[in-house]
Design a binder for this molecule. Structure first.
Ligand SMILES: Nc1ncnc2c1ncn2[C@@H]1O[C@H](COP(=O)(O)OP(=O)(O)OP(=O)(O)O)[C@@H](O)[C@H]1O
Length: 357
């Protein structure tokens, strides 16, 4: 059952529809990542859920309680929602202990012990309690901000790009620590991020917004392997998109006959595969094999980009060029002939804008 529910939530700023009739269901204890290009409405959505912004129309409920019905809203401090912002926004003049304990009244029994437990939960050393925020690293500051948000035992945690100021290694380890902690505590969480890989690895549900509209919501694997249309497909990484004839759950395309992820009643459609589904192998002697000529190889560390031109076209068009990947250890030379082996299924795409939820 969904814990947080948004129904037809809209918000305009002058001519701009920051959110346009967004429906969203977030199950209890789950982690949802909101993703989208700059200006797509991610922060507006988070701020409306947190109670820092008011919707023009639509309805929001949390655990059955009404939070907003159009512009009539419950104030932020009565929602039981925690927020960790991009820069942590710690109080610079307060110690770590006082930052964490900020929302706990001084007279709370066991206050000091609770602060110590919260610090341990975010895996910081007790010696840090007396430090000020400027004596901590960026990752440590974000952990303190999380501990502060956890102190009031929120029903819902909102994370607004909390890892974006951290460098790559620290970012991954902090993200994992935060994800593990929130899962262990069973706290329903919404993360706003620009980072596709972060969204796919952090969340149970990924939501893609564009221009205030929800393009697709689903499990990370489904958004990656079964995107609704080309926009969603290319947002989540490199995609091989080819025209195909469809019949009986199969696609006939320049890569041969490939099974579909689901039956599709259309006779023709574009299909999508991820580059890692296509292996580059030495050519054999089979006449039916799919062959391609290597046109370019780009070294990229662990994996190389390999551009190949298929030797066959569908319907007499120009043979497609595919951008594939392989290990630098097995990268074929430019100009050589290779065989392509497809694994998994191809996903039929809808024309842009069709069949939105
Ligand atoms: N207070 C405001 N006044 C006017 N326009 C606003 C306001 N807040 C947001 N907008 C506009 O609403 C749209 C959505 O903004 P929002 O900040 O939600 O996007 P975002 O996806 O979070 O972007 P970013 O990734 O750049 O933070 C943008 O066009 C933005 O300019």
């Amino acid at each position: 059952m969904s814990f947080l529910r948004l129904q037809a939530v809209s918000r305009r700023f002058g001519q701009v529809a920051a959110l346009d009739a967004v429906d969203l269901a977030v199950p209890e204890g789950s982690r949802t990542a909101i993703l989208g290009p700059s200006g797509s409405g991610k922060s507006t959505l988070l701020r409306i859920v947190g109670g820092f912004e008011t919707p023009d129309s639509g309805r929001i409920t949390l655990g059955g309680d009404l939070l907003a019905e159009g512009p009539r809203t419950v104030p932020a401090h009565l929602r039981g929602i925690g927020l960790v912002a991009q820069e942590g926004a710690l109080f610079p003049h307060l110690s770590v202990a006082d930052n964490i304990g900020f929302g706990l009244p001084r007279a709370t029994p066991g206050r000091e012990a609770r602060i110590a437990v919260l610090l341990a939960m975010v895996e910081l050393d007790p010696s840090m309690l007396r430090r000020r925020p400027d004596q901590l690293s960026g990752g440590q500051q974000q952990r303190v901000a999380l501990a502060r948000a956890l102190a009031r035992k929120p029903r819902l945690m909102l994370l607004d790009e909390p890892f974006s100021a951290l460098d790559t290694g620290l970012r991954a380890s902090t993200r994992k620590a935060v994800a593990d902690l929130l899962a262990a505590e069973g706290i329903t969480t919404i993360l706003v991020t620009h980072d596709q890989a972060e969204a796919l690895s952090f969340a149970d549900q990924v939501v893609l917004l564009r221009e205030g509209r929800l393009l697709q919501a689903g499990k990370p694997r489904d958004l990656y392997l079964q995107p609704r249309d080309t926009t969603v497909a290319t947002f989540f990484g490199e995609a091989v998109i080819l025209p195909a004839r469809l019949s009986g759950g199969w696609a006939e395309c320049a890569l041969g006959r490939v099974p579909l992820t689901r039956p599709d009643p259309r006779a023709r459609a574009e299909i999508m595969l991820r580059p890692e589904q296509i292996a580059l192998l030495p050519t054999g002697t089979e006449a039916a094999e799919v062959r391609a000529r290597v046109e370019a190889v780009e070294f990229g560390g662990a994996s190389c980009g390999v551009a190949v031109r298929l030797q066959r076209a569908e319907d007499g068009g120009r043979a497609p060029r595919l951008e594939l990947r392989c290990s630098y250890l097995t990268a074929p030379p430019v100009g050589s002939l290779v065989r392509l082996a497809v694994s998994g299924q191809a996903h039929p795409l809808l024309p842009a804008g069709e069949g939105r939820p």
